[in-house]
Design a binder for this molecule. Structure first.
Ligand SMILES: C[S@@+](CC[C@H](N)C(=O)[O-])C[C@H]1O[C@@H](n2cnc3c(N)ncnc32)[C@H](O)[C@@H]1O
Length: 285
């Protein structure tokens, strides 16, 4: 565990104030929020602002209204993941799901809710998701708290694989070793330094089912040239590049399986784009 360095704490005085000007939903986001939160536009906006205010550690992404942004569904691999989920017999996890907007959109798009899991370190965010969407009683998505760093690395002694989710109470990521067909992780890697990002990737590889078509996907702050991010909140954060990201994953699967497995069975794609920052600072600005 020595290679794991916790997320940097931010001095409260550096955190910018909340600003409703950053709420610039796209048409697709508005449509979803009207369906999932409230058809009444005023009520929908009121609840979004309420949960934003209640979020105890306001990540810059929450200040930028990412708690109600639909970024997962914009990922190029999303249609294939959705199609595979609709065929059945898959298990989906959003790791670091925050208030669970992306997984609710996934289910809205047709992925079977009973096969969808949302995990976050902070119960408070999951509760704020229930407060926002008012679906604690009605939703079949299973949300739970767990820490990615608590996943044991069991490459040499494989743990018992979970045989389907039906009827199983999921309370910890360690129950899911080798069981997940689809893993989404959004805006999490970039919270950490390089060695810790490697430790996260190793644990995601541990959770992934060894099956053709199994996917880990996401989006994180990157750099044209990999290195430390010049962070306006003074946090210690590393950014991968389009070149270093595949190197990371090949190394992870070499450690988890073998060099041959990493070479022949693992495909890695990374693309640097502006979308993340457009969402933080408002579209078109
Ligand atoms: C910056 S937010 C991103 C939220 C969302 N995925 C998105 O794309 O907007 C990072 C999320 O990861 C969660 N998180 C941070 N460290 C974690 C850990 N060690 N294990 C599980 N979740 C973690 C945080 O609580 C937070 O909800």
């Amino acid at each position: 565990m020595s290679d794991i360095r916790p997320e940097s704490q931010v001095q409260p005085s550096l955190i910018p104030p909340l600003d409703t000007l950053f709420f610039n939903p796209s048409l697709m986001e508005l449509e979803f929020l009207h369906e999932a939160v409230s058809a009444d536009d005023g009520e929908m906006r009121k609840r979004i602002l309420e949960v934003q205010k209640d979020a105890k550690y306001p990540y810059p992404c929450i200040l930028g209204f990412h708690h109600v942004a639909l970024m997962m569904s914009g990922n190029p691999i999303y249609p294939a993941v959705l199609k595979s989920g609709k065929r059945g017999d898959t298990v989906f996890l959003d790791l670091g799901c925050c208030m669970g907007t992306d997984v609710r959109k996934l289910v809205h798009d047709g992925y079977p809710a009973a096969s969808v899991l949302g995990c976050d370190l902070r119960q408070e965010y999951i509760d704020l998701g229930y407060k926002l969407y008012r679906d604690q009683e009605s939703s079949s998505i299973r949300f739970f708290t767990s820490d990615i760093f608590d996943v044991p690395l069991s490459f040499t002694q494989p743990a018992t694989r979970l045989e389907g989710l039906a009827g199983t109470k999921i309370a910890s990521l360690s129950q899911l070793i080798g069981s997940l067909t689809h893993i989404y992780i959004g805006a999490v890697f970039h919270l950490f330094d390089e060695a810790t990002q490697y430790a996260i990737a190793l644990r995601l590889a541990t959770l992934l089912k060894r099956e053709r078509g199994a996917v880990i996907f996401g989006r994180h702050r990157g750099l044209e040239q990999e290195g430390m991010i010049d962070d306006h909140l003074g946090r210690t954060r590393y950014g991968h590049s389009e070149r270093s990201w595949p190197v990371l994953w090949k190394k992870v699967f070499t450690e988890a399986e073998s060099a041959e497995f990493a070479e022949r069975r693992v495909k890695v794609e990374a693309k640097l784009s502006e979308i993340f920052w457009q969402h933080v600072f408002g579209k078109g600005r």
